[in-house]
Write a protein that binds this ligand. Structure first.
Ligand code: ADP
Ligand code: MG
Length: 275
């Protein structure tokens, strides 16, 4: 199904992977009237109240909004980690909102890479082994796993840190390992919930530069939740949530103040040198 060539192969060939990989439909994500209610009766929390959104293959989208507005709930649904209370969700043309647990896990493994604020790496496990983990679950043979892990770690700029434990890496480097792990299975969709929330501003910019490179050069669709406008400035489109609804959906140039944008662009050059 996923005909996108491995990242290393594309880079070696000096080729820019076509944005839709030749295998993905133009519309990658289509959600309609999605709701999520946690709990019941007096305790019910209406986290999402009817969200409709289309994301095309190859987009780079930031999701913003105040704390409690439903961003993480929405990411969990998009990431096939949870079921909506009502509404529909088609991922690459496949309706996934009513799939069972096992089928949902398969979709997740094949299509989605996740990055979390707290990195979620295994502590006593090297960078290379952390990246190999999703391939273990996917049944990739040992030698191919190792080859691919080295390839993605080189891709995220950690080719010289394969044997390091998370405790031997900076926060930014740990997040790079997590991004490598998210890329391991060649997922066409990368989702990140506050990926720079634990990083200083220079490391944040480096991580966003990495996401932008994966998006531009490898056609990976990126959806990032952030409350930080300097992070959102890297995206092409900003979708804003409030009280469980989308209240704004515009190109990032219209949302990010010009002064913030130019500061980010100035920093971007530095990040690309570091990256
Ligand atoms: P955000 O990521 O924008 O801060 P969330 O999606 O985490 O927002 O939360 C939206 C609302 O749903 C909040 O009121 C939150 O307290 C509630 N909520 C989130 N997860 C759960 C849960 N597992 N059980 C009950 N309520 C939850
Ligand atoms: Mg959240």
């Amino acid at each position: 199904m996923n005909a996108r060539p491995p990242i290393g192969a594309a880079a070696e060939a000096g080729a820019r992977t076509p944005r839709n990989g030749g295998a993905l439909p133009e519309v990658l994500i289509e959600v309609h009237d999605l709701t999520k209610v946690y709990g019941t009766g007096d305790m019910a929390v209406h986290a999402l109240r009817g969200v409709s959104l289309t994301i095309r293959t190859g987009e780079f989208v930031a999701i913003m909004g105040p704390s409690g507005s439903g961003k993480s709930t929405f990411m969990h649904l998009l990431g096939c980690l949870d079921h909506p209370t009502s509404g529909t969700y088609a991922l690459a043309g496949q309706e996934v909102s009513r799939l069972g647990r096992d089928e949902l896990a398969l979709v997740r493994n094949k299509r989605i890479g996740f990055v979390f604020q707290s990195f979620n790496l295994l502590a006593r496990t090297t960078a290379e082994e952390n990246v190999e983990l999703p391939m273990v679950y996917a049944g990739v043979p040992v030698q191919e796993r190792a080859r691919r892990a080295v390839e993605v770690l080189q891709q995220v700029g950690l080719g010289d840190r394969l044997d390091h434990l998370p405790s031997e890496l900076s926060g930014g480097q740990q997040q790079r390992v997590a991004i490598g792990r998210a890329l391991a299975n060649n997922a066409p969709l990368l989702m990140a919930d506050e990926p720079t929330g634990n990083l200083d501003s220079a490391s944040s910019a480096d991580i966003m530069a990495l996401f932008r490179g994966l998006n531009r050069d490898h056609g990976i669709t990126v959806v990032v939740v952030t409350h930080d406008i300097t992070v959102a400035a890297w995206a092409e489109r900003v979708v804003t949530f409030k009280d469980g609804l989308i209240i704004d959906d515009r190109p990032s140039v219209e949302v990010v103040p010009p002064a913030v944008r130019s500061a980010v662009l100035a920093g971007a050059a530095a990040s690309e040198v570091r990256a």
